[in-house]
Design a protein around this ligand. Structure first.
Ligand code: CO
Length: 149
């Protein structure tokens, strides 16, 4: 009886952690101006989704800063271009641009991580979304697809 109860609660714990993993993703960024993935999947069964951004490099924010911004793919270039003129103090981002669905702050050594949590109701299943970094020039390499299912 006791053993059965333990088994059931272990099973519950296991499925709870699997569920939690589906509602967040960790993306690493590097001194080589890259993200470690070209695709993020957001599951609409999650009410909220968390993107954790890590920076595994040694270069500071003013040299190799990275953020992670999510928008419709159609809005991506405009947000990056507008962000360039905002300067490092504003993380190269005009944060009130209506096209921004979610964004982290910009990090660089010695800062190792940051995260952003957003409501998945902002995304439509099957929509064309992307993630990218708005540090000047980085979008050419630092971008990927956000798949919404
Ligand atoms: Co960057």
């Amino acid at each position: 009886m006791f053993a059965k109860a333990v088994a059931v609660s272990l099973l519950t714990l296991a499925s709870a952690s699997v569920f939690a993993a589906d509602c967040s993703v960790t993306v690493d960024s590097t001194d080589q101006m890259s993200f470690n993935t070209k695709e993020i999947t957001v599951d609409k069964s999650c009410k909220e989704f968390t993107v954790k951004l890590t920076h595994s490099g040694n270069l500071p924010k003013n040299v190799m800063g990275h953020n992670l911004v999510i928008s419709k793919t159609a809005d991506m270039q405009g947000i990056a271009t507008e962000g360039m003129s905002q300067g490092l103090e504003k993380d190269y981002l005009k944060a009130d641009n209506a096209g921004i669905i979610a964004h982290t702050k910009m990090i660089g050594a010695p800062e190792k991580e940051t995260e952003v949590k957003f409501d998945t109701s902002k995304l439509e299943a099957g929509g064309d979304y992307s993630f990218f970094c708005t540090f000047p020039g980085h979008i050419s390499m630092m971008k990927g697809k956000v798949v919404v299912k």
